[in-house]
Unconditional design. Structure first.
Length: 350
């Protein structure tokens, strides 16, 4: 099965150039050639089962997550070096998400300042790397609270690449930022803040971060959780939600896909589960919801829209996905997102 092109892919490839485009695709060193996106292919295995004669007159796509209401079970994930992709950075995405009332995750490797992002859209989440001193994380959490952010995401899978020269697609965002003299939200010098490879974080550090988040009124989500033994104790350590993610297969093409792990995670935790990876359409988000994901995050299609057409293209892409979620869910015979479950999906036999 071939993975279809991303929206705006050809135009984005032209504008970004091959090295940066391949970085955006996230091709790891152990992928072969233009290996297809396993995350997306895992989602495409599933087919939706429509339900007829249910008599539902309307459909409400809104969901509630972390005591916040969102327009649909879809959001935009984090990416690094935003101003490399667009002169305004991710601000056009923030404006589109504000208009649509969708969550937007901001990477600590973003160049646009936190206060500027918060002034544009005050319902963002800040994503931090679980590496280095906890004091660094606490200071960034404080900045997020001051900028009216609504949640903290902590990346616990491969937050720092342990081997130099193996960046996705062979492109170094850190070097690109240094060349431009730009520093990130999480850094104090040009480039990406250097952090220890093979960080030795354990649940003790998560406890400390979760307590600090709670003191600031910010829920904490752990991103990169794929094994049930990592998911089971999370709630007891102050975690409010888990993001099933293999970090876009950027570190290795051999990681298991998050959609395949959703049942394993659901079996051991009642925390909200989010899906990160492979979402390229509204129907993908509906499948993920049926499989147990409260909300799905998408990144690469949104970047290609940003590169090609700025806020207008991003808005059109995401609003089109919301419309698809509405139509497909209605055809499944449900009136709201909470009614979607595993009975609406089946694995394809082809």
């Amino acid at each position: 099965m071939l993975t279809p092109e991303l929206p705006f892919e050809r135009a984005a490839r032209e504008r970004l150039g091959e090295p940066l485009f391949r970085y955006m695709q996230g091709l790891p060193a152990d992928a072969f050639g233009d290996e297809n996106d396993a995350n997306h292919l895992a989602l495409r295995r599933f087919r939706l089962l429509p339900r007829v004669l249910q008599g539902n007159e309307s459909i409400d796509t809104h969901i509630t997550l972390l005591n916040q209401t969102w327009a649909a079970p879809i959001g935009v994930g984090a990416f690094a070096g935003d101003r490399i992709f667009h002169e305004e950075g991710l601000l056009p995405i923030a404006r589109a998400c504000k208009r649509l009332q969708l969550p937007l995750v901001i990477s600590e490797e973003t160049v646009t300042p936190l206060a500027q992002i918060g002034a544009e859209y005050d319902r963002c989440w800040l994503q931090l790397r679980a590496a280095g001193e906890v004091a660094r994380i606490k200071a960034l959490i404080d900045q997020a609270a001051e900028s009216h952010f609504k949640a903290i995401v902590l990346t616990v899978l491969a937050p720092v690449h342990p081997v130099a020269g193996l960046q996705p697609g062979g492109f170094s965002v850190g070097d690109a930022l240094k060349q431009r003299g730009w520093h990130t939200i999480g850094g104090t010098q040009p480039g990406v803040e250097p952090l220890p490879a093979f960080p030795v974080w354990r649940w003790q550090q998560i406890d400390e971060v979760a307590t600090h988040c709670a003191d600031r009124g910010l829920p904490l989500l752990l991103k990169g959780v794929l094994h049930h033994d990592d998911a089971a104790p999370a709630a007891a350590h102050g975690v409010s939600g888990l993001i099933a993610s293999n970090i876009g297969l950027r570190q290795s093409a051999r990681w298991v896909t998050p959609v395949d792990q959703l049942p394993d995670l659901q079996a051991v935790t009642r925390l909200p589960l989010l899906l990160d990876g492979g979402i390229r359409s509204g129907s993908d988000a509906v499948v993920a919801r049926c499989l147990g994901a409260t909300l799905s995050l998408s990144v690469r299609p949104v970047i290609t829209a940003l590169v090609t057409g700025g806020e207008t293209a991003v808005f059109d892409l995401l609003s089109g996905w919301i419309n698809a979620i509405s139509a497909i869910s209605h055809w499944c015979g449900v009136s709201d997102m909470s009614a979607l479950n595993g009975s609406f999906v089946t694995e394809a036999r082809d």
